[in-house]
Design a protein around this ligand. Structure first.
Ligand code: NDP
Length: 506
């Protein structure tokens, strides 16, 4: 495998080894900044998925990982973090040329986040309460009772294209820490960095077969994972539509499922907000990674008294965002991930115009200055948006901000919560008490006050409502990769001390 600008080649990664797809077929991965093919990747078949499941099952059942001491597993996670840092340059490159994310973001943030998550998870895994003894009680009898936390088994992780490494690591770190084996199916646009991570994990000492990666179409390979009886859990990040389908399919074998789905996250700007902070903060919240973040702050609700000023300051500040090739450290915003996504985003912009929203910034495909072959969209801001418009209701997944007017805090909260989603929300104000009161009313899994996109490895992330369920990151995530066993050891050795037997016997 090479990482030069020639077309790279990536096989599948199963049982600690690179191998071609059983059909011999490959598919192209395209750099969204240039439209050029950057890699040919083995296109897994249903048989390859079944082989990966067989390997993950056998590896789990062998106990080579699942029965290791937590400290030993933690040590491998820390070594994995070290490998990631050593190979950061390769990973940043692979992630950037496939997802369109800027190296400025991936190199300065994503790499640190995944290394930190592995280190934190290693620490949590050592502190975790794997065995809990219950107090001795007299009813129904005095016995020894324990609650054990055990790994679930084989996990299938299906990830989206916006943050391939981060989304994989949010599942990998807790799954591995708790002793599961895992098969990751990355999005077809962006399988490269996930494949590289699997190789690094084995170099870090992870036994072969614990972490497998198969790239291939969601509709066939993904569905094989979700329906196979030997897979115990599915962890998914992606669209709400596919999340619904996965939940249905997983019900056939009653798999555990965690879903991290779409969002239409609102922020409320109160009249006392410090606009020096709020204006760049709102733009950071919506335009980072060209708006392709599930928790992007895509609806901003602004009080009447400051509405016109906020709209004009947002439009003015957006002009300083520099579009360009994501491999250039000077670039602030790259392309959207694909031609298809470009068309989707432009379609939403057209819908906003048709529905009568006022375009105050952007609105077009960005061209010129080396952008023509890429899928770039100008940072776009609509004012006078009402919450019933399509651009305020649906997840666009592009650099499009809707600015909505409100008169009272009650009205703002009502508009903020008037969505099927509930991933994130926010408040911009100088009054911390008021912010916390509003946070209590917001129906979302995360509330950022005077900030956005601020993750930490020990704080849980996940959705309310149709944004999904289950939590990633933090100690909560470890629970999601365990199952609970109650073990009862009888301490009543004489039959006379077992009166419950009289319920049956005469
Ligand atoms: P999808 O939800 O379609 O894809 C996410 C992952 O699921 C990919 O790995 C995909 O594989 C896989 N997949 C697709 N269909 C199935 C299936 N039937 N069974 C199992 N796995 C499946 O997202 P898209 O990439 O198509 O993006 C579409 C929209 O989803 C975006 O415009 C955006 O609105 C939203 N989205 C939301 C994200 C979030 O974080 N909340 C992230 C990404 C997208 P493959 O790539 O091979 O199709």
């Amino acid at each position: 495998m090479s990482t030069t600008m020639q077309v790279m080649e990536f096989p599948l990664f199963i049982n600690g080894q690179w191998r071609p797809a059983s059909s011999g077929e490959t598919f192209d991965v395209v750099n969204p900044a240039t439209g050029a093919v950057v890699a040919k990747v083995a296109k897994a078949t249903k048989q390859d998925a079944e082989e990966a499941i067989r390997v993950a099952r056998e590896t789990f059942d062998s106990g080579v990982w699942s029965r290791k001491k937590p400290q030993e597993r933690a040590q491998v996670l820390v070594q994995f973090a070290q490998k990631i840092v050593e190979h950061a340059q390769d990973l940043v490159f692979l992630e950037s040329v496939s997802s369109g994310g800027t190296i400025r973001r991936i190199g300065n943030s994503d790499i640190l986040q995944i290394a930190d998550l592995l280190q934190q998870t290693a620490k949590f895994a050592m502190e975790y309460s794997y065995v809990q003894s219950l107090p001795v009680v007299s009813f129904p009898a005095s016995n020894n009772n324990q609650i054990w936390r055990e790994p679930i088994g084989v996990v299938a992780a299906i990830t989206a294209w916006n943050f391939p490494m981060i989304l994989a690591m949010w599942k990998l770190a807790p799954a591995l820490a708790m002793g599961n084996t895992i098969i990751v199916k990355p999005a077809s646009n962006t399988p490269l960095s996930t494949l590289k991570l699997a190789e690094l994990a084995v170099q870090a000492g992870l036994p072969a077969g614990v972490f497998n990666v198969i790239a291939g179409p969601g509709a066939s390979v993904g569905e094989t994972l979700v329906t196979h009886p030997q897979v115990d859990k599915v962890a998914f990040t992606g669209s709400t539509e596919v999340g619904r389908r996965i939940m249905q399919l997983a019900s056939g074998t009653v798999k555990r499922v965690t879903l991290e789905l779409g969002g239409k996250s609102p922020s409320i700007v109160l009249p006392d907000a410090d606009l020096e902070l709020a204006v760049p903060g709102i733009l950071f919240g919506v335009f980072l990674h060209s708006g392709q973040i599930c928790e992007s702050g895509t609806r901003v609700l602004v009080h009447d008294s400051i509405y016109d000023e906020v709209v004009s300051r947002l439009a003015e500040a957006a002009k300083s965002i520099r579009l360009g090739n994501p491999l250039d450290p000077a670039t602030g915003m790259g392309p959207v991930v694909s031609k298809q996504q470009l068309d989707t985003v432009l379609g939403y912009i057209e819908a906003g115009i048709q529905e009568g929203a006022r375009l105050v910034c952007g609105g077009n495909r960005a061209v010129g200055a080396g952008l023509d072959n890429g899928y770039f969209v100008e940072p776009t801001i609509f004012a006078d948006v009402t919450n019933d418009m399509k651009i305020a209701k649906e997840e666009i997944f592009g650099p499009v901000l809707s600015v909505i007017r409100y008169s009272t805090v009650e009205e703002a909260i009502q508009i903020a919560n008037d969505t099927i989603y509930g991933l994130a929300s926010g408040v911009w104000t100088s009054d911390a008490n008021k912010a916390l009161q509003i946070a209590r009313e917001l129906k979302a899994g995360t509330v950022w006050i005077n900030d956005w996109h601020m993750f930490r490895s020990d704080a849980p992330f996940g959705g309310y409502k149709q944004s999904g369920f289950g939590r990633e990151l933090g100690r909560h995530a470890l629970d999601e990769y365990t199952q609970v066993k109650h073990v009862h050891l009888s301490m009543t050795s004489e039959i006379e001390q077992r009166p419950w037997l009289n319920i049956l016997f005469n």
